[in-house]
Design a binder for this molecule. Structure first.
Ligand code: KIV
Length: 278
């Protein structure tokens, strides 16, 4: 089966079909989410928090993203692969942005790249798109600006902030992005932005009226029972079963019941003790 393209995803908005997007960071998870039939897989720079155990996304490098993208690409058969451009891999200049995007395509096998920011990132988006690399925008709460935003808060609540967000969305579309993520934005504003744009909006904490939704795979699978922001719906509770399974394994090892006969190999015949050869 062919992988979904940017054009396929644009068509989904035109056809009024919702886009399901999820993050993945390795081959195994990529294979599973692809088999589940999601439309887009994002190698998010959330890898910093989910995989590397960091407090935010700021330390993630372009090498990290290219590595995880390569792993994920090997697991996908039908879903579109988009990859985050990490902090300071595109903010310096449009030329720097193009070079970084090129690395994610060449080394990470990305089909498109995602970068944060609206009006301020439009020149970078334009240059990457001009070079033939599809771009996904990301506005609203942009985690790479967490210090400037004063924390992880809903964006676009007041009139002025809402107008700024609409300007950002239009600038990203005008620059040539084929889709835009809206993170932590009031549902009413996300609905207005989605109606104003010809490209699909993908929401996370942005209500039900976006053209698609994205969640971090570890969140929707419930790998961390202590992490439950309002916008996350857990579709499974996998933390306890994983801990229970590994605990059962450790107990079996300690009491000698694993490995059992069915997990063991034997010599063909004539068992001469190897110890005697020494
Ligand atoms: O890094 C990420 O996982 C993201 C999504 C939450 C949109 O940017």
């Amino acid at each position: 089966m062919a992988r979904r393209t940017a054009l396929d995803l644009l068509r989904m908005k035109a056809d009024n079909r919702k886009i399901a997007m999820v993050t993945a960071y390795d081959y195994t998870m990529a294979r599973l989410v692809d088999a589940a039939g999601v439309d887009m897989v994002l190698v998010g720079d959330s890898v910093g928090m989910v995989v590397q155990g960091l407090p935010d996304t700021l330390s993630v490098t372009l090498d990290d993203m290219a590595y995880h993208s390569r792993c994920v690409a090997r697991g996908l058969q039908q879903a579109h692969l988009t990859v985050d451009m990490p902090f300071m891999s595109y903010q310096v200049s449009p030329e720097q942005a193009l070079e970084s995007a090129g690395r994610l395509v060449k080394e990470g096998h990305a089909q498109s790249v995602k970068l944060e920011g609206g009006v301020r990132s439009a020149p970078a988006v334009e240059m990457i798109v001009e070079a033939g690399i599809p771009v996904v925008g990301h506005i609203g709460l942009t985690p790479q600006s967490v210090h400037a935003l004063g924390g992880w808060r809903v964006q676009g609540r007041g009139q002025e902030a809402a107008e700024r967000l609409m300007r950002d969305a239009l600038a990203i579309q005008e620059a040539g992005a084929f889709c835009v993520v809206l993170e932590m934005v009031p549902a009413e504003l996300a609905a207005e932005v989605s109606a104003a744009l010809g490209i699909p909006t993908i929401g996370i904490g942005a209500g039900p009226h976006c053209d698609g939704q994205v969640l971090v795979c570890n969140d929707l699978l419930g790998f961390d029972s202590g992490f439950k922001p309002r916008f996350v719906k857990r579709f499974a509770e996998l933390e306890a079963p994983v801990v229970d399974a590994v605990r059962a394994y450790a107990e079996d090892v300690r009491e000698g019941s694993f490995p059992a006969e069915e997990h063991s190999f034997h010599r063909r015949r004539g068992p001469r003790k190897v110890a005697k050869l020494y």
